[in-house]
Design a protein around this ligand. Structure first.
Ligand code: F6R
Length: 357
């Protein structure tokens, strides 16, 4: 039920802080340690490389998951688009574990890969929001994202829930490998949940940004570097699928290799800068596009340099910045679509669960 909300999407965006708190509860034991099936833990620890397989928004969560697992747990990870992996399988390591990330657990492209790797005798884990789903039943192990039913076609809370579960796995993995990247995911997730709540309370700001940048826009570029690059891919996907504005996410450094040719007077460019080590670089990119007439909007953190008006994210652990930074993008997309008269919850040509190849 939507309750007082005009759309499921807005309701589901608002539910995100509660979903994260719910995940904390489900994955924490009475000693405040991580609660995980020993079998799952063993499978993760014994694998020499993790292969994350997913589509769409879940693929974007996988990209963030890879960074977390590699940085925090020191575990090598590859992330693949399911439909690509299916027909163009890369070389595999000696002892891979396949991780399928899927909100619905029904995505046919993922299932194709699962059937294939099972035939080859490899172990598999599904991270899903629907535990009884096909991918969940057919994989060796399942982890639940506990986001509750997601009705809007555009995925929001499932995405942040997937990243939260992945951050917990990264922390658990760090303990196993003795990695020195100290990161108390459980504690930091609760701070991130509060940050998300603060951002959800800033709807008027996000609506104003949508008004200023997107109500009449034909296209919009999202730029970011490092961790932020993965999140801008998701920001662009959200905007295009519900508002039908041509939107693309780019690595900031790639602009000059082609894309900058598209910048015209008034082209909206949303830049995400949460990573101190590339803050100066992304701000350089913002100046490059602004000098060519772009209408730039910067989303940043308290730690980075400010130039004029910016959306400033509340402080969260660096590893969890995507949980906070995606919220303004979800809200901006929502208001852009709403004011352009689009069917927010049921965008044209899209299905919630893609059960055909
Ligand atoms: C985007 C969206 C899709 C799905 C994709 C995978 O908002 O909803 O890109 O993320 O179809 O779906 P699941 O996660 O169910 O496998």
């Amino acid at each position: 039920e939507k309750g007082t909300y005009a759309h499921f999407m807005l309701k589901e965006i608002d539910e995100q802080p509660f979903v994260i708190r719910n995940i904390i509860q489900k994955y924490q034991d009475e000693n405040d340690d991580i609660k995980l099936d020993q079998e799952v833990r063993n499978a993760l620890n014994e694998a020499d490389r993790l292969y994350i397989i997913a589509a769409g928004t879940s693929y974007h969560a996988g990209l963030v998951g890879k960074e977390l697992m590699e940085k925090v747990a020191g575990k090598p990870v590859e992330v693949h688009i399911a439909s690509e992996f299916m027909y163009n399988m890369p070389l595999l390591s000696d002892n891979p574990l396949f991780i399928f990330i899927s909100q619905s657990g029904e995505t046919a492209d993922c299932r194709g890969v699962l059937v294939n790797v099972k035939e080859q005798g490899y172990k598999s884990l599904t991270i899903t929001n629907v535990p009884g789903s096909t991918l969940s039943r057919e994989a060796d192990f399942t982890l639940h994202t506990y986001a509750g039913p997601e009705i809007a076609v555009a995925s929001t809370k499932a995405y942040t829930a997937q990243m939260a579960v992945l951050s917990i796995l990264a922390m658990d993995g760090a303990r196993a490998t003795g990695s020195s990247e100290e990161f108390n995911a459980i504690h930091e997730l609760s701070i991130a949940a509060n940050a998300m709540e603060t951002l959800c309370d800033q709807k008027n700001i996000m609506e104003q940004i949508a008004r200023d940048y997107l109500f009449d826009a034909q296209s919009c570029f999202f730029i970011g570097r490092a961790f932020d690059y993965h999140v801008v891919l998701e920001g662009a996907l959200k905007l295009k699928e519900i508002s039908y504005i041509q939107a693309e996410g780019f690595a900031g450094g790639e602009l000059k290799h082609g894309t900058i040719a598209l910048i015209e007077d008034g082209t909206p460019v949303v830049a995400l800068s949460t990573q101190e080590h590339v803050d100066a670089n992304i701000r350089g990119n913002v100046q490059e596009v602004a000098a060519r007439g772009a209408n730039t909007c910067v989303i940043s953190t308290e730690d980075t340099q400010k130039e004029g008006d910016e959306v400033v994210l509340p402080k969260v652990h660096n590893n969890l910045t995507p949980l906070a930074s995606v919220v303004p993008m979800q809200l901006i997309s929502y208001y852009a679509a709403l004011h352009r008269g689009c069917d927010v919850d049921k965008p044209r040509n899209l299905a919630k669960s893609v059960t055909v190849e």
